[in-house]
Design a protein around this ligand. Structure first.
Ligand SMILES: O=C(O)CCC(=O)C(=O)O
Ligand SMILES: [Fe+2]
Length: 260
């Protein structure tokens, strides 16, 4: 675990050069062809313990999931067993632009508020919004994409995404389910000896990501909570059962911060 992040940091260094933000990060250690029906309402769930963490479980139909996987295969990525990550910056492949458009549509067709700005969201705790309007309406919504493939047992260590990326990150899950755990950043900076096991585990929030789901991280979920996928035996427990693991593919969409 953790190799994917190391690779990602390395590639970002090659693209942008080194910076102190990278060090902070290390320390802390869909296709929408036209099959989205008009007027279709996407059901969103908010993860109550974490402000800014939203889940759209049925974002992609099984057919849309297969066509997205085919599009990834057609890129020629992941042909070798050693290849497990692909990234694109700037101009994304057409299918990724369509996926980004689908995220936009899914937020717009939400059963929650879609016209609330970040500032309004924080005023008076009005957080009932899958993605604030200032993020949703930016152009482009996303200009960086990373595809990750995880074999059974492989995951990604706890991290906050690099500060090179703006607020508002979307993760689409494909192939097999997993449990992603969220831990508040303050948890890891405190002395573990003053906490009991029970308290620590209570502060780890598990979120079940089924294939076809979309998770959005903004605000506190993006900046104040680390996310991780630990697929070592004993860690992928959901509703009292250990998940049987298959290969998992994920697509993460982000927006690079504008450099002056
Ligand atoms: O694979 C995932 O679901 C998450 C990937 C991730 O967190 C990242 O690339 O920063
Ligand atoms: Fe991440």
């Amino acid at each position: 675990m953790g190799e994917k992040l190391d690779d990602e940091v390395e590639i970002l260094k090659q693209v942008f050069g080194d910076s102190s933000e990278d060090e902070d990060f290390i320390d802390e250690t869909v296709t929408t062809d036209s099959s989205f029906e008009l007027g279709h309402i996407h059901k969103w769930e908010q993860v109550k313990q974490i402000k800014g963490l939203w889940l759209c479980r049925f974002f992609l139909s099984p057919q849309q999931q297969s066509s997205l996987l085919s599009a990834i295969r057609n890129e020629g990525w992941f042909m070798e067993a050693s290849e497990n990550q692909a990234m694109r910056f700037g101009n994304l492949p057409t299918w990724a632009v369509e996926l980004s458009d689908s995220v936009y549509e899914a937020v717009l067709s939400s059963n929650h508020k879609t016209d609330t700005s970040i500032a309004d969201c924080y005023n008076g705790d009005k957080i009932d919004c899958p993605l604030p309007s200032d993020i949703l309406w930016r152009e482009p919504l996303f200009d960086q994409m990373i595809a990750n493939v995880y074999q059974p047992g492989e995951g990604i260590c706890a991290h906050v995404d690099l500060m090179r990326f703006e607020d508002g990150i979307a993760i689409v899950s494909l192939e097999s389910p997993c449990v992603m755990h969220f831990t508040h950043v303050d948890e890891s900076s405190c002395d573990p000896s003053i906490k009991g096991e029970g308290i620590l585990s209570a502060l780890k929030v598990p979120v079940y990501l089924n294939p076809g789901s979309l998770v959005i991280l903004w605000g506190e979920a993006r900046y104040l909570w680390k996310h991780e996928i630990n697929r070592k035996p004993g860690f992928q427990i959901w509703e009292g059962q250990e998940l049987s693991q298959g290969r998992r593919t994920s697509i993460t969409l982000r927006k690079l911060c504008h450099v002056e």
